[in-house]
Write a protein that binds this ligand. Structure first.
Ligand code: PMP
Length: 344
């Protein structure tokens, strides 16, 4: 796809949009007298609006992620970046999006909120993806395809070549949600956004980086797509407190903790495999395991009784009798394992 092709996918009202601008965009220094934004002049630590462009934070993320700042969007969680695709590309009541199933629930919720039809393409029994089946579900009103790799809740990652093939053959925007990529052996495809104008890659600081409470998600895409996202977002979508706290937290490397989760994932999987009520532990590239058991509802209740909360995915396509279990601290995993082991 070319940039012109992507421009043709934009909602006409967004292509015509005059975005909100702040007077502070005209001033480059930091010691001015700011009488432009009707703020309080009394210092509380937070009396000034935050930087709407998140310049300092973006420049640090640009170093970490190896992509220019122009290719990075910062959202209030990746959930904001997911919503952005609908608001920028999809005409309510007219367009549709295609998503794999089972997958992350927010794609369908955002579609419903924006009055966009969602076409679900079922994965295969082993959670692999049939490219032709996926592309056959698209028509001239399909504006986006949502893929998630490693996928939630199945835990598997799709081969890089397959994702690139889908991007190249698709006439729509292709979203690859990499929320769990830090736990995966398959590396991120984010750098492909430099040569594929219809590719959008999501990552988040909520998982491996341990900042779910701060709400910070990332989208990587061609600079024209990022520019549109930036025009459509609320001007001050990332608070001053979040920008400052994340910047500090990014100093600390996460490699050791990620390694620990991956090691613990293998240990927990092995322990579960030998237990009487466990029928299958699906291979995982994420920080959770999808586990098929003899009676998911009953085991879920038994775990709750012990104060262990997991996710019951039993009613999700292809996940009958499955629980999704996050890898926690060793002692937390031990408590979960003890309950599963004693479950009759
Ligand atoms: N994408 C996937 C696949 C997820 O599983 C989740 C959260 N469970 C998110 C995105 C949301 O991430 P964030 O906290 O950045 O909104």
């Amino acid at each position: 796809m070319t940039r012109d092709d992507v421009r043709a996918l934009l909602r006409p009202n967004i292509a015509r949009l005059t975005p909100y601008s702040t007077a502070r965009d005209d001033y480059k220094g930091s010691l001015g007298v700011f009488l432009d934004a009707n703020e309080s002049p009394y210092p509380t630590g937070f009396n000034r609006y935050p930087d709407p462009h998140q310049k300092v934070l973006k420049s640090r993320l640009s170093e970490i992620k190896g992509l220019p700042v122009e290719n990075i969007f910062i959202g209030n969680g990746s959930d904001e970046a997911i919503d952005m695709v609908f608001r920028v590309f999809c005409n309510p009541g007219v367009d549709n999006v295609v998503a794999i199933a089972p997958s992350y629930g927010m794609y369908s919720v955002c579609a419903a909120i924006n009055d966009i039809a969602l076409r679900e393409v079922l994965l295969e029994e082993d959670f692999s993806l049939d490219t032709d089946k996926l592309l056959r579900a698209c028509d001239e009103h399909t504006k986006a395809i949502f893929l998630c790799s490693p996928n939630n809740p199945s835990g598997n990652a799709f081969p890089r070549e397959q994702l690139i093939e889908i991007v190249r053959r698709s006439g729509a925007m292709v979203i690859v949600d990499e929320a769990y990529v830090d736990f995966s052996e398959i590396p991120s495809i984010r750098k492909e956004v430099l040569s594929e104008p219809n590719l959008i890659v999501y990552q988040t600081l909520s998982k491996a980086w341990g900042m779910a409470g701060l709400r910070l998600g990332l989208a990587f895409a061609d600079e024209e797509v990022i520019a549109r996202f930036s025009q459509v977002k609320y001007p001050y979508n990332i608070s001053a407190l979040t920008q400052k706290t994340v910047l500090e937290a990014l100093q600390k490397p996460i490699d050791a903790q990620v390694k620990e989760i991956v090691t613990e994932r293998a240990r927990v999987a092995k322990a579960l495999e030998g237990m009487p009520c466990v029928k299958n532990v699906y291979p995982s590239q994420a920080n959770f395991l999808l586990v098929k058991v003899s009676d998911a509802d009953a085991l879920y209740d038994a775990l709750v009784k012990e104060g262990v909360i997991v996710r019951n995915r039993s009613r999700v396509p292809l996940c009958k009798q499955c629980l999704r279990i996050t890898i926690g601290l060793k002692e937390e995993n031990e408590k979960m394992l003890a309950t599963v082991k004693s479950f009759k």
